[in-house]
Design a protein around this ligand. Sequence first.
Ligand code: APR
Length: 245
Amino acid sequence: MEKELQKVAEIISSSKSMIAFTGAGISVESGIPPFRGPDGLWSRYDPKCLDLDYFHLNPEESWKAIKSIFYDFFGEAKYNGAHKVLAQLEEKGLLKAVVTQNIDNLHQEAGSKTVYEFHGNSQRLICLQCGKSYVPSEVNLNELPPKCVNDKKILKPDFVFFGEGIPETAYRKSLQAARDADVVLVIGTTGEVMPAAMIPTEAKRNGAVVIEINTEESNYTDGITDYFLQGKASEILEEIYCLIK
Ligand code: APR
């Protein structure tokens, strides 16, 4: 693995338009479980709580699961070494953007400036009637579903539910960044969920080198991945960062 890490560090050091594509795995070392896999969130909660139609029909039940997953649990999480290294690579001018599927805000908290949130962000709640936006601390999540102070309509977390479209700006900028990329770091994702999962493939189609960091193989590993570094994101990224000139 040493030789491969050295080679990957050289590729990153000489990159001109590198991006990172991240999934739940990059936040596992912050204490946030992944969605899939043996102890994944979808083995404990029914994904229907994030289905848009179900949410509209059963807001209270949906909100109970949403609060427990994304506010009680996520709320305490801190960014980890993997998020930090990506922010440092951006600071050095080596990383142009992070395209993340995550909604936990940890890239921004680690200092990353250009973050395209393909699935939105849990740190915003939106009134479905008047569009007023709230941060979680402004809302009493002990009374579910939370209501807008203006019109008493139900608030929805501003992240993408199953059956909901991808935020147009994030989609467009992510696609452009992938097309412009000469290197893409694919970190902590199964590559299960479209259209997000096509970002690394789009980069590859346009000639990018694909460097994958994951504890397990993913949908990319036997396909578009050029370098597969198996292990924990923070450990591998910190080792690579030490090798970068
Ligand atoms: N370091 C690196 N990778 C890890 C680590 C770790 N410490 N721990 C787990 N992983 C990997 C797993 O091997 C798996 O490939 O992270 C990946 C997590 O996969 P998923 O749980 O499927 O998460 P993700 O790919 O981001 O899911 C995509 O699915 O439910 C939707 O909207 C949700 O954005 C999410 C989307």
